[in-house]
Design a protein. Structure first.
Length: 505
């Protein structure tokens, strides 16, 4: 199988590079930029991509890489910071730019190159950099330029080293995917042989190898990721698998009943732990603290569930690649700790099995379809593991949960009625722990606001807000205010990701 490694130099959305490589049907893994050459070479990658990053190559703590990787004959593509780092390591000249370049820029090709095959002589690219390459390393040639960047692309074909100053991974670079495919197919000569649908047997083998002859629990929440992980584990282990659903009191309306109905063939048990979670969250307002507490309490609940089952050493989770990325690692910062990654307590008494760890959400859906799961599960809107706790900005209380749960049910019902379920990635309610004055029935109210959040996305790592019709928003707002006690104001969130996240906490 073709295999590409992206070396991460700190850009928060380096996952997009991996995402685009996956779209080209080639498996891709992101590793820290300072991973030793020996460790990388042991993995036998077919190509390397050096990512962008927020640092200047002149900073004292600027991330670097093992320069030996540039001498192995492996095709290497440097992107933005990756190009500047390649230049410095190989003896070229980089300087702070007199005029920084951000946003859409017109690039002119100066040389014919297989990297730009099928791309117009002049093309729009997305720039975001403060340093600039002024002299290429020995043996390199300049391939493109812009009005403010004299060297926008460079290459040494004899050494199989290629670099661009712009960001091909973002949609603001229209021909970015063409360039990446040229690098992967025409320069690195890779075969597009990564297909999530073909990974079923590989996932089955992974689970069987890690679990061995013992039993395992699978964490089942009813969301897409946990459902696919459960289906895969059931195929691998049969009656040696027990699914556990933790009712932590943070679920959506009717969720427990839906999950029980959707998995009639599984040995599925419900661990009722609402009071445990509410007690642990009492007085907690910080979102990171909430997530870590929930991660800890999940494990404690699974440990209790195991007592009634017998000897079980393994816990299978539906951790997916965006969970791993957002929870931090390498040079990237932590956006938010996912309860099943960064929120996992150190003393967890389980061997964790994560068969979906390298999958993006749309790849998980493909895998779910290949496993025969119904569309009602495969296309279900994502729901965070910490549940409604991260949809209450502030302390989690029973009263607040009742309010956000009722508002969420109304919003999702109206989305269904409008026939928008497959077009919208997620639509939900957020409860803000603030109060504002209102008037209802000729009387003064002092209630809380509900935020309606609806986004469209491919993998959950970037997202845009959905342009819902005014009539639909009006129906949602009228119902929420009329049917949810304590709410007297409804607002609509029109923030994309970035700069926001999909969830508020």
């Amino acid at each position: 199988m073709s295999y590409v490694i992206v070396l991460d130099f700190g850009a928060q959305y380096n996952h997009l590079i991996a995402r685009r490589v996956r779209e080209a049907r080639i498996f891709c893994e992101v590793l820290p930029g300072d991973t030793p050459a020996a460790e990388i070479l042991a993995k036998k990658p077919d190509a390397l991509i050096l990512s962008g990053g927020p640092s200047s190559v002149f900073a004292a703590d600027a991330p670097s890489m093992d320069a030996a990787l540039l001498t192995q004959g492996i095709p290497v593509l440097g992107i933005c910071y990756g190009m500047q780092l390649m230049t410095r390591l190989l003896g070229g000249h980089v300087e702070p730019a007199t005029k920084r370049e951000y946003g859409r820029t017109l690039m002119q090709r100066t040389e014919e190159s297989p990297l730009f095959h099928g791309i117009p002589q002049s093309s729009t690219v997305w720039m975001s950099h403060g340093d600039v390459v002024l002299a290429v390393p020995k043996g390199f040639q300049v391939m493109a330029t812009t009005a403010t960047t004299p060297i926008a692309a460079m290459a040494n074909p004899q050494r199989n080293l290629w670099a661009v100053q712009y960001h091909p991974e973002v949609h603001h670079t229209p021909e970015g995917q063409v360039m990446l495919r040229n690098f992967l197919y025409d320069i690195a000569h890779l075969t597009p042989d990564w297909d999530p649908k073909d990974r079923v047997q590989e996932g089955v083998r992974q689970i069987q190898a890690e679990v061995g002859t013992g039993r395992a629990l699978v964490a089942l929440s009813g969301g897409v990721d946990s459902a696919v992980a459960a289906a895969l584990a059931h195929r691998a282990l049969g009656d040696r698998l027990t699914a556990v659903l933790i009712d932590h009191g943070l679920m959506r309306e009717g969720e427990i009943e839906e999950v029980l109905a959707a998995f009639p063939d599984l040995d599925l048990r419900v661990e009722y732990a609402e009071q445990q979670f509410l007690d642990a969250l009492h007085g907690i307002r910080d979102p990171e603290a909430k997530r870590k507490i929930i991660g800890r309490e999940f494990i404690r609940a699974f440990e209790r569930a195991r007592e009634s089952i017998g000897s079980v050493a393994h816990l299978i989770q539906g951790t997916v690649y965006p969970d791993v990325i957002e929870s931090g690692g390498g040079k990237g910062s932590t956006i938010k700790s996912h309860h099943n990654v960064g929120g996992m307590p150190d003393d967890a008494d389980f061997s964790i099995v994560e068969p979906l760890r390298w999958f993006f959400k749309d790849e998980v859906r493909e895998l779910g379809t290949a496993l025969g799961l119904p569309d009602s599960i495969v296309w279900r809107q994502p729901f965070p593991g910490p549940g409604l706790a991260v949809r209450i900005v502030g302390e989690v209380t029973q009263e607040g949960l009742a309010m956000v749960r009722a508002a969420d049910a109304i919003i999702r019902e109206e989305v269904r009625r409008a026939g928008l379920e497959k077009e919208i990635w997620q639509a939900f309610a957020v409860l803000l722990d603030i109060r504002s004055v209102g008037v209802m029935g000729d009387g003064r109210t002092y209630g809380q606001p509900i935020v309606i959040r609806a986004v469209e996305s491919q993998d959950g790592m970037t997202a845009d807000w959905v342009r819902l019709s005014p009539d639909l928003l009006e129906r949602m707002a009228a119902r929420v205010i009329g049917e949810v006690p304590g709410v007297n104001r409804v607002v609509y969130d029109i923030t994309s990701k970035p700069p926001g996240t999909i969830e508020w906490e």
